[in-house]
Ligand binder design. Structure first.
Ligand code: CMP
Length: 228
């Protein structure tokens, strides 16, 4: 594991509460997983016995409706964790995990983790905190689906991606989200046409510039206002 991997892991909820010695002991249980772009790590409904932290790349979590439509729950990047629900509640995976880009992940077996939850309450507290944050976010997304129009939801999704993947550049905030237009629409919960129309409108107003699998946010204040 490189120094950079150790640094990325230390910012994951699981490791945040541990001192250097504890983190080193927990890292000894980590196995590295590599995925090619588009490769599936696991499918919704499968039995799961591992939790993952993204070391490099982006992972999408999706659910499929019986008619085949997809809902993108989240896109995760470095230091973000997934696959913990089946640790706390041993039931099938609640979503599929698919690599959006080439990925490297740190995998930790649920069996290896359980003693850490009981022996180190601070680790359990950090995991609960991460779960609470996710519930808050899910509630926000649900409220937006009911109360906010599609352009507002597009603005919000872009701001969320910007917060995690944005890189300040000369022109503005470069957000290389790596999502296709279809995936962006699945994240917002609207048709590709409606999402494209909203993006084109934002671009025409000079709030952003659209690039391949990326946007450059030129006027973040206006975008923030539109997301409310
Ligand atoms: P698990 O059910 O083991 O496998 C799928 C994982 O997706 C799940 O654990 C969570 O870590 C993650 N997940 C499920 N729902 C959401 C959500 N709404 N937002 C972000 N991540 C989620």
């Amino acid at each position: 594991m490189t120094d950079r991997d150790v640094d990325v892991l230390s910012r994951a909820p699981l490791f945040e509460a541990l001192d250097e010695q504890g983190a080193k002991a927990l890292r000894a249980n980590v196995t590295e997983v590599r995925l090619a772009r588009g490769q599936t790590l696991f499918n919704e409904g499968e039995t799961g016995d591992r939790l993952y932290v993204v070391l490099e790349g982006k992972i999408k979590l999706t659910r499929t409706a019986p008619d085949g439509r997809e809902n993108l729950l989240s896109v995760l990047g470095p230091s973000e964790m997934f696959g913990e629900l089946s640790l706390f509640d041993p039931r099938p995976r609640t979503a599929s995990a698919i690599a959006v880009t080439e990925c490297r992940l740190a995998g930790l077996g649920h069996d290896d983790l359980r003693p850490w939850l009981t022996g180190h309450p601070e680790v359990a507290v950090q995991l609960l905190r991460a779960l609470a944050q996710r519930l808050r976010k899910t509630n926000d997304v649900m409220a937006d689906l009911v109360f906010t129009d599609v352009p507002g939801r597009v603005a919000k999704a872009l701001l969320d991606l910007a917060e995690r993947f944005g890189q300040p550049g000369e022109a503005g905030l470069h957000v290389h989200h790596d999502l296709t237009q279809e995936e962006l629409a699945q994240l917002v919960g609207a048709s590709r046409e409606t999402v494209n129309k909203a993006l084109a409108d934002f671009a025409q107003r000079n709030w952003l510039r659209i690039e391949a699998r990326a946007v450059v946010i030129l006027d973040i204040d206006r975008l923030r206002k539109r997301s409310k």
